[in-house]
Write a protein that binds this ligand. Sequence first.
Ligand code: ZN
Ligand code: ZN
Length: 247
Amino acid sequence: MTALAESVLRRLDIGLAFFYPEICHLCRMERATAADGFVGPNCRSQVHFIEPPFCERCGLPYPGDFTAPFECSNCREMKLQFTSARSAVVAHSAVREVIHRYKYQRALWFEPFLTRLILARALPALDGQGWDIIMPVPLHPVKQREREFNQAERLAASLSAASGIPLKASWLRRIRPTATQTLLSRQQRAANMHGAFAVRPGVRLNGERVVLVDDVFTTGATTNACAQVLRAAGAGDVCVWTIARGL
Ligand SMILES: [Zn+2]
Ligand SMILES: [Zn+2]
């Protein structure tokens, strides 16, 4: 990891280190520091980084021995508006629990752990590839008030600080509250997201290449709806980065 990325992570640790006992907040059986995001080595070893082969478009990992680039059957059927979606890790057990507690219970001490995961994979992939802007997937203002923070915005800010790609956190807005997607089918999710996003009035993009950041990628309905709006507003290209990939 670069020195800049390390300094971004160190900044996240400040303020947490003095208030919590140095114990893993997942298993409570091992030592873990604020710098680790209070996730110990044993729990960290269960994290499953995504390795190739995966779908060139949506990043879905495939077992097997593909060497040529390929697109999965879902991507071939859907009109996807982003060029590629990539996630650092698989959204299972430890990672899923950490993200859930971070988002819904304001367990902010996990943030260095999560930030480290996305930086580990996104920084080298984005480096030198000509990306112009980083944007988080926005929350609806009502939901953001309830939750008190937007997890995607915090991740996007760290990725921006570590990569040097400027952050435009308020250019994209969620203009319609949406039902929770958990129990919806792929088609229902796409319909649920229709008209949910808009760029801020007055924002015009001029071919900029946008990195869109979220915490979890599941069917891509949310990020695809964002990418559609950004492309319509003039973005030249949209890629998606998330911490975790639901399988
Ligand atoms: Zn542990
Ligand atoms: Zn795919």
